[in-house]
Design a protein around this ligand. Structure first.
Ligand SMILES: [Fe+2]
Ligand SMILES: [Fe+2]
Length: 299
């Protein structure tokens, strides 16, 4: 347990996160960075950015509720302390993505109605499955649902968005890269802590596999509807980019992520590369903790 204690201690968190990659950041990015004019001035692109960011806020609110709920369920103090650091990370993620909504022009008074308006019902269902486990006091299922399934998903979504954004929106990309570093730590904790608990309580496996299957179903449904809603904004952004490139006489840049050029791929191909990447990660991570991945029916 020695390595586990060191790697997931508050001391390590302080050194690597607030005193490390977050040092001198403001809401997760450098001072002075702002949303690009293209996002702020084009209504289709701005609304799409708001819709996407709403899903991030809602996902992070779920992680905040789950990680804080898991503190009192944890069977050992090292896990409680780690989950306390994770709770602060998730609260920060909620804050930075909420701040992005304000940066995109959402009024503070309209925050909750904006979230309600744009939240994907499939994502709400996904969160509901996890939070029910936490509310019932089920630590093992709660950690698998949060630190393997929710965060495995978040990790790939953020990575893909980071690949898209790094050239066109360095401010948002910076916010994402700090979040990715946090999620990597959270996923690592899930794998390290929960494997031994599942060995100890193998009778819990069927229930956990059922939860994973349900969450995966809602996740895939979320991806399908998000990508179908984003098609117009992608086309708009690409046509503006092509015009600008033509004027400047330069070639369109490529941004290849897991074998797909995100700057040119059709939205359904982007959905496929994201789904494939997340499911591949799920299988690897679940196998490491002794859980057999269950394939849901196609949404
Ligand atoms: Fe998070
Ligand atoms: Fe997280």
């Amino acid at each position: 347990m020695a390595n586990f204690l060191d790697a997931y201690s508050i001391q390590n968190w302080l050194e690597s996160c607030p005193q490390g990659y977050l040092e001198d950041t403001v809401y997760g990015h450098q001072t002075g960075q702002s949303e690009p004019d293209l996002v702020l001035e084009n209504e289709t692109i701005r609304e799409d950015a708001i819709r996407t960011t709403v899903q991030l806020v809602m996902g992070e609110r779920c992680a905040l509720a789950a990680s804080s709920g898991l503190i009192n369920l944890a069977p050992d103090h090292a896990s409680k302390r780690f989950l306390a650091t994770q709770t602060l990370d998730e609260a920060r993620h909620v804050e930075v993505f909420t701040q992005r909504l304000y940066d995109l022009g959402v009024k503070k008074a309209d925050l909750e109605s904006t979230l309600e308006n744009y939240v994907n019902p499939n994502l709400a269902a996904f969160a509901g499955v996890l939070l029910e486990k936490v509310d019932k006091g089920d630590f093992i299922a709660g950690v698998v649902g949060q630190n393997i399934v929710l965060e495995g998903m978040a990790f790939s979504v953020f990575e893909m968005m980071h690949a898209v954004m790094q050239e066109i929106n360095p401010k948002f990309a910076a916010t994402l890269s700090g979040t990715i570093a946090d999620e990597r730590r959270h996923v690592g904790f899930g794998e390290n802590r929960i494997g031994s608990l599942i060995k100890e309580f193998p009778e819990r496996k069927p229930d956990i596999e059922k939860m994973q299957k349900e969450m995966t179903y809602h996740m895939l449904a979320t991806f399908a509807s998000q990508f179908s809603q984003t098609t117009g904004a992608i086309e708009e952004a690409r046509s503006l980019r092509d015009d600008a490139n033509q004027e400047a006489g330069v070639e369109a840049q490529k941004q290849v992520w897991n074998g797909t050029d995100l700057m040119a791929a059709a939205p359904e191909d982007m959905e496929k590369v994201l789904s494939d990447s997340v499911l591949k990660e799920f299988k690897v991570r679940l196998a490491r903790i002794g859980i057999d991945y269950q394939t849901p029916v196609a949404p």
